[in-house]
Design a protein around this ligand. Structure first.
Ligand code: UD1
Ligand code: UDP
Length: 394
């Protein structure tokens, strides 16, 4: 009888693909692991391009996405499809990353089926159930049900400890997004957008549900004002396909000669765009993690963040969605080179590129009942000596 452990890796959206890819690759190198990759395809095109880029072969495709899907119907379809497939596959472990509806339902269905669940990027919190919506609820549910909590930072670990999670189940690994970023950013990638190298590039992304309606319109008005005010500035905005976002963006920004609206970029060209950017405006979680590591200032188009580390380091600022405030904050960075340099420092509070190896090491030790994971200090605990014992050796 095989002693190999069956690990089911579930991915649903673009960022889950980006952040799960290095874990899947590392697990596939382990002789004790049999890996099944399941996609819910909560995102279709956005996820497919990421999986293709990283050469991840999908074993089971639930093909869930519908145009402009609502949260309840999405949840209903995910639970039904995940449950049928977990019953059939009966894995030893279910592994998922982040705070999407795919992740919340994967944790719930694994719980109903008595299958242990590993949560990657655990412990992020804004402490506001309604923002980001529905992600804060999704991660609370996943966090309540997980057996392994792979936290990216000390702050995330402390959130879980405050919620009463046993610290024996919390593993400080860093965020796998930095594993992927470092692998990708070391090469140059074609961008295929006719950018003018003599202009300063502002890169923009937005997709959050809290920003549907008036906030996304205000963000677009601010972008238009900025481009009109600064003739040496151009904007690249890969527009998320969610119609609640794309309709407003194309209506307000579609006709400006220095604003390039495009479909979502493949991951590698998007990293290239971040490298070329002077400044980034975003409501994305992943971009808040990547841009600081690339030394790019970020203005976050939200009023809170579950990623306070880069804000505390002074390289990310929360500016909300008021058009006047966005224009003021961006103008400061465009006008004042000292203020700009203070934010354009390469810092990486979210990881050192070894998170996937640490996650695999924890699973190996735990599932094979070997000696418990070696616990040593590392760069991840800078300034937090009391937490050094939680860091997993890469
Ligand atoms: C989802 C996640 C969000 C995550 C984000 C990453 C939920 C509820 N939301 O938000 O947490 O931060 O992904 O991008 O889990 N669409 C396409 N093609 C695609 C992807 C999306 O056309 O490849 C359109 C479809 O009309 C779809 C809509 O976007 O119905 C919304 O997709 P959905 O996954 O529900 O929400 P996102 O806003 O993408
Ligand atoms: N990204 C991409 N192409 C784009 C925009 C973003 O590949 O056109 C990547 C980005 O580098 C980051 C991830 O997508 O790794 C973030 O995804 P998103 O903003 O959709 O979700 P969030 O991180 O907010 O959950």
């Amino acid at each position: 009888m095989s002693v190999r452990k069956h690990i089911l890796c579930i991915v649903g959206t673009r960022p889950e693909g980006i952040k799960m890819a290095p874990v899947i690759k590392a697990l596939k190198c382990e002789p004790w692991a049999r890996v099944t990759v399941m996609t819910t395809a909560q995102h279709r095109a956005l996820l497919d391009q990421v999986l293709k880029l990283f050469g991840i072969k999908v074993d089971v495709d639930l093909n869930i996405m519908r145009a402009n899907q609502g949260l309840s119907e999405l949840t209903e379809r995910l639970i039904a499809a995940l449950d049928a497939n977990l019953a059939e596959l009966s894995p030893d472990v279910v592994l998922a990353q982040g705070d999407t509806t795919t992740v919340m339902t994967a944790a719930l269905v694994a719980f109903y089926r008595h299958i242990p669940f590993g949560h990657i990027e655990a412990g992020l919190r804004t402490h506001d159930l309604h923002s980001p919506f529905p992600e804060e609820m999704n991660r609370l549910v996943a966090g309540r049900l997980a057996k392994w909590h792979f936290v990216p930072t000390v702050n995330a670990m402390e959130n879980l400890l405050r919620e009463g999670i046993d610290d024996a189940h919390i593993h400080l690994t860093g965020n796998t997004v930095i594993d992927t970023l470092l692998d990708t950013a070391c090469s140059d990638w074609p961008l295929n957008i006719p950018l003018n190298p003599n202009r300063r590039l502002i890169l923009v992304t937005a997709h959050r549900r809290e920003n549907f309606g008036a906030p996304i319109r205000a963000i677009c008005r601010a972008i238009r004002t900025l481009v009109n005010r600064y003739p040496d500035v151009e904007v690249l905005y890969p527009v998320h396909p969610n119609p609640n976002i794309s309709t407003a963006v194309r209506a307000i920004l579609g006709d400006h000669p220095r604003i390039y609206l495009c479909d979502p970029l493949d991951y590698a060209p998007f990293v290239e765009a971040q490298k070329r950017a002077y400044l980034i405006l975003t409501d994305s979680g992943g971009v808040q993690e990547e841009a600081p590591a690339l030394g790019k200032p970020v203005l976050v188009l939200r009023s809170e963040t579950e990623r306070p580390e880069a804000v505390e380091a002074g390289v990310v600022r929360l500016v909300g969605t008021d058009a006047v405030r966005i224009v003021e904050e961006a103008s400061r960075l465009l006008d004042d080179s000292t203020a700009y340099r203070a934010m354009a420092r390469g810092v990486s509070p979210y990881g050192d590129g070894q998170a996937s190896r640490r996650i695999v090491s924890v699973l190996r030790n735990s599932l094979l009942r070997e000696t418990s994971a070696s616990r040593i200090g590392s760069v991840l605990t800078d300034g937090h000596p009391a937490r050094r014992e939680h860091v997993v050796q890469a």
